[in-house]
Ligand binder design. Sequence first.
Ligand SMILES: [Zn+2]
Length: 209
Amino acid sequence: MKHMKTQGFIFIGRIACLDFIDTAALGSPARTEALRDFGDLLTWLYEEHLIAGNERRGAWQRWNTGPVARRAFGRALVLRKTLREVVERILEHRSVPKPAIAAISNVLGKMTGRWALAKTRTGFVLEFRLRFDHPDQLLGPIAESACDLLCRRDWLRLKRCANPTCGLYFYDTTRNHRRRWCSMKACGNRMKVAAFHRRQRAARPGLTS
Ligand SMILES: [Zn+2]
């Protein structure tokens, strides 16, 4: 079934709003657009653990290819662009624009649900259980993640991969805050090999490549 496909999304550190931005091609030749339609959005939300399997199935059965879903998908892409602008502003040490704050608030305002007390293995937890009566509400958990980033996270740990052809965003949780790559395997090694070859060429100026 189309909606059960796996896209091979990239999840770095499970900060949902950053992973969401990273689904875009980000203007890099190395990246392709990961969200092509409403079904992709549902799959991504599920794989990011923002909606449960039954919520994903329910949303697909109710809305899948209808105009409501298409509009919601369009709004998801607009939200993604807004979140990227917010992150770029933070990286440039500039203030976050008011329309972006309003846009995130607008998504939050559409969330509905109820509080519930749940038992865990070690005690209890207070939970807010979301209801999805409209596909726009699916974006709520992404906006919530953006709020978490803005309200509680250390902005100095927010980074863009140092590989200029990559452009993925991530949150650096290393103790010394020195992480530079989205992943050592994908970009770190590649950049280190490139730097090594540059040094080799510099040491032997007669060589060209
Ligand atoms: Zn990278």
